[in-house]
Design a protein around this ligand. Structure first.
Ligand code: AMP
Ligand code: MG
Length: 401
């Protein structure tokens, strides 16, 4: 390992050296979770006509008198072209939600506030309560034609898809999902469906990483497992590097005699940007790149792998995909005093309760998979001279994916 760098410096070095992701065109129904690579403008006014917001009657508000009786002259269902109610005093249209409000009417009264007298007549129940513009979604009141509605770099969810659809986009320019390989390492690890010998454990990091990526709308193209053997690691890495844009390794990156990954990456000609962060858990994390591929080496203990993935890898990939609107970091307040360090950033698992309070849920050590289950995510506890933070202190919270 090299001299330790700070967590902030590690984020900066990753963002500086992870290449921008290419743009692709994607059918609208496949865009969820992608990052928009074009701005979307209103193709027509929003809404494009005075739209009735209720089922009821369209009247002229100025014609309301104490009696409130109106003559129904037309039917105005949604999907019909614009009509007029006509000049006769106290004419009205029977209108449906989503229909064009007749140009010679200015107020919609919902059925619930009326009484039908006969086929052609209705009466307002409370005549003095209605005014012009009631229950009308006014022409262009949301956005005029031509104005930007979605900015470049917006993460696409159901609301963005709806706006893109209503503007007539059948596909969108979005960031490509980079090709990611998830690679586990270690001779002690066996397949999930194997019965481990006394000295072995089942492999879980790779599927944990894959799950967190999928929940972030990122997909791995390839998975591999490397033995603790230098030549075998080097040969396998060479192939993986040639086929993928990002490698996510877990294990084999610390000080152990058989932690061969850093040397193999150096030997394969990659540039090392850092190896070792002043943080707990996850101190041995490193980052390497060559022209084609970026390699994140995550320490193998499950909590270290998971924390480094959430803190560095997923945000960096979204940054490389051009995400502009960073989701607001959620601040939480701890409900008890906690100890900290003056030299390390601590990522502390917490559970979240009402009013944004966080209860520390420490694990036995970073190999303790089971106690992570009690936490909803982790808080970032910066180094502090006094080596403690008191109850009520505020921290950034990151939920587990
Ligand atoms: P390492 O970083 O290779 O020294 O691994 C640290 C610890 O994490 C060891 O106890 C490993 O057995 C464990 N570990 C590494 N990779 C995995 C994995 N894919 N699944 C579960 N545990 C792992
Ligand atoms: Mg190992």
């Amino acid at each position: 390992m090299k001299a330790l760098i700070t967590s902030t410096e590690a984020t900066r070095l990753i963002n500086e050296n992870l290449p921008a992701v290419a743009t692709v065109h994607c059918p609208l129904n496949k865009c969820a979770g992608r990052i928009l690579r074009e701005a979307i403008h209103a193709d027509r006014p929003f809404p494009p006509f005075n739209r009735s917001m209720m089922d009821g009657y369209a009247i002229r508000a100025s014609e309301i008198d104490a009696e409130g009786i109106f003559k129904i002259t037309i039917q105005a269902p949604a999907g019909s072209p614009a009509q007029l109610i006509g000049p006769a005093p106290r004419s009205c249209a029977e209108i449906m939600t989503g229909a064009v409000v007749p140009e010679d009417a200015d107020c919609v009264v919902p059925y619930e506030e009326t009484k039908r007298i006969d086929e052609h007549t209705m009466q307002l129940l409370n005549p003095n309560t209605h005014q012009a513009n009631d229950c009308i979604h006014g022409f262009a009141s949301d956005r005029p034609a031509g104005q930007q509605i979605l900015a470049l770099g917006t993460p696409i969810g159901s609301r963005e898809i709806a706006v893109a659809a209503t503007c007539g986009n059948t596909e969108l320019a979005v960031a490509k999902i980079p090709s990611i390989a998830i690679i586990s390492t270690g001779d002690e690890l066996v397949n999930i469906d194997s019965t481990p010998a006394a000295h072995q454990i089942r492999r879980s990091n790779d599927i944990m990483v894959e799950t967190a990526l999928v929940r972030s709308h990122l997909y791995s193209q390839e998975k591999a497992h490397l033995p603790d053997n230098y030549e075998a690691c080097k040969a396998a890495l060479q192939t993986l590097l040639s086929k993928n844009e990002i490698l996510l390794l877990s294990g084999g990156v610390s000080m152990g005699k058989k932690d061969y990954i850093p040397d193999a990456l150096d030997e394969l000609g990659l540039t090392n940007h850092f190896h070792g962060i002043a943080q707990k858990p996850g101190k041995p994390m490193g980052f390497w790149t060559n022209q084609k591929c970026s390699v994140f080496t995550l320490p193998g203990n499950p909590l270290s792998t998971l924390t480094c993935l959430h803190q560095y890898v997923i945000p960096a990939i979204f940054n490389a995909m051009g995400q502009q609107t960073i989701e607001a970091t959620r601040s939480v307040n701890i409900d008890q005093d906690i100890s900290a360090r003056d030299d390390f950033t601590i990522f502390l698992p917490v559970s979240i309760h009402e009013h944004n309070t966080a209860t520390p849920q420490p694990v036995n050590n970073s190999g303790d998979l089971v106690h992570i289950l009690k936490s909803d995510g982790y808080i970032v506890v910066p180094p502090i001279q006094t080596k403690s933070y008191s109850v009520g202190s505020e921290f950034d919270f990151h939920p587990w994916h």
